[in-house]
Design a protein around this ligand. Structure first.
Ligand SMILES: [Zn+2]
Length: 179
């Protein structure tokens, strides 16, 4: 694999970190994972891919954390984002490990942080939809597992927006509104 650090015409500085992503999908084993190779140094088996761009280079580069640090001259964010991604993966795996209960209608549900998560199977299409509290998701999934991953993403979204209140916090909010 080529080492672009030694190749002329490839800038070593002035890159911007666009994104960091995990190549491994939920439920994938190590063997099934489609790892990336760092486009700068040729280091193989990159799981957490850092996407960087440069105004003089047409395509985005997929690189490992260390090359991302050097290229962006930022020794904080590439590592921080990778760490956040790692802990998100752990949270997702833990979320899916929960013991889901079966409702009277035969659907799986989970009560978590005072919230109700329901995975509902459509009797006709046999596709699955997600309901978080009173909110139905608008996507239909082929498998229950995909729907659960979507439920996790939904919860993460609420948490990021600061909207994932538990009952105690809701009571506090109501109390504050009244006083
Ligand atoms: Zn590299």
């Amino acid at each position: 694999m080529a080492n672009l650090w030694k190749q002329e015409g490839i800038p070593h500085k002035g890159w911007t970190l666009e994104n960091v992503y995990d190549v491994r999908e939920e439920g994938q084993s190590e063997d099934e994972t489609d790892y990336e190779t760092c486009m700068m140094c040729g280091h193989e088996k990159i799981r957490y891919v850092h996407v960087v761009s440069h105004p003089d280079i047409a395509e985005e580069f997929l690189v490992g954390c260390q090359c991302a640090e050097k290229l962006t001259d930022d020794y904080e964010n590439p590592q921080r984002l990778e760490k956040e991604l790692r802990s998100k993966t752990t949270r997702r795996t833990n979320f899916l490990k929960h013991k889901w209960k079966i409702s009277a209608r035969g659907n799986e549900y989970l009560n978590i942080d005072d919230h109700h998560i329901l995975i509902m199977e459509d009797n006709r299409t046999h596709k699955f939809t997600v309901k978080i509290d009173d909110q139905w998701g608008n996507k239909h999934f082929d498998t229950k597992e995909q729907a659960k991953v979507a439920a996790f993403k939904g919860i993460e979204y609420y948490k990021e927006k600061g909207l994932w209140y538990n009952r105690l916090q809701i009571n506090e909010l109501v109390w504050k509104q009244k006083h």
